[in-house]
Design a protein around this ligand. Sequence first.
Ligand SMILES: Cc1cc2nc3c(=O)[nH]c(=O)nc-3n(C[C@H](O)[C@H](O)[C@H](O)COP(=O)(O)OP(=O)(O)OC[C@H]3O[C@@H](n4cnc5c(N)ncnc54)[C@H](O)[C@@H]3O)c2cc1C
Length: 308
Amino acid sequence: MLDLIIIGGGPAGISAGVYAARKRLKSIVIAEEVGGQSTVSEGIENWIGTEKIAGSDLAKSLRTHLNAYKGEVVELLEGDRVDTLEKVDGGFAVFTREGKTVTARAVLIASGANRRKLDIPGADLFEHKGLTYCASCDGPLFADQDVAVVGGGNAGLETAAQLLAYCKTVTLIHRHDSFKGDAITAEKVLAHPNLIPLLDTEPIEVMGEKFVSGLMVRNMKTGETNSLPVTGVFVEVGVIPSTEFAKGVVELDAVGRVVTNPRDQKTSVEGIWAAGDATDELYHQNNIAAGDAVKALEDIYQWLMVKG
Ligand SMILES: Cc1cc2nc3c(=O)[nH]c(=O)nc-3n(C[C@H](O)[C@H](O)[C@H](O)COP(=O)(O)OP(=O)(O)OC[C@H]3O[C@@H](n4cnc5c(N)ncnc54)[C@H](O)[C@@H]3O)c2cc1C
């Protein structure tokens, strides 16, 4: 039986793997794909210590860092996926899609999340060509341009707030008749002179040739359609945590994120920790995922030492 199974190979999982190796914990990192969500990003400009790095290069550097310890105490199982997590005598077992069974005394869930995609014509075609799921990554590329934000919850409002700092106009589109986010943020964003609110409205098509040049929307009450001349579409319609295997094992919140104690990343089950976008952590960023995983590893190490 290993000391630790780390599920996920994004910034959280790889940080955990490096810390586990340095603490000489016999561990395995199981990752469907090393790098995590921002691998697709053309340029990450807030990974601390690196002015700008392509997502694919960040993935490479995470793999290289973990590989520096590979074989010694930590193993990397890449290209496989955890399907089931179970409690067993003395610890936990995971069963993978490729038929592997691994057991360990402790588990760290770092399986992240996927953005909920916009399911309308043109959305797939123009992804990374004007349509984006990450304002903090891509927002500055749209300085002085007219953009739209789809989603009227907190994420949509916060995205609009960020974009208002440098975009010419921000059209905020929401399906319902009032914005869902917290009142203070909504009030501040809606008071901005460059913010155009569009309630009771849904996007129906992303338009353009090579890049986005417009967004077709429909008023859900009148049925009237309208073409917005925007060059950027920022989608904030929620995230889907990758936590199916944890259902019925640890406590999940209403949207399936692992409920954790932010002091030490413990879950509702002794012996299982969670970090990064798979958790109910309020903010989702690479540095936060890595930091939370480090916090978890400190706690896991203490716990394993005390248990002996
Ligand atoms: C397009 C885009 C750009 C972004 N750009 C930035 C940015 O510039 N700066 C920033 O700070 N943040 C950015 N983010 C947010 C950032 O990527 C996330 O906050 C961060 O990746 C979370 O890290 P994580 O390790 O928790 O999870 P993830 O990055 O989601 O990684 C999850 C890992 O778990 C693996 N996995 C999932 N399920 C299983 C399973 N069942 N079994 C085994 N492995 C599994 C995945 O393959 C992956 O390795 C961006 C997000 C997106 C979508």
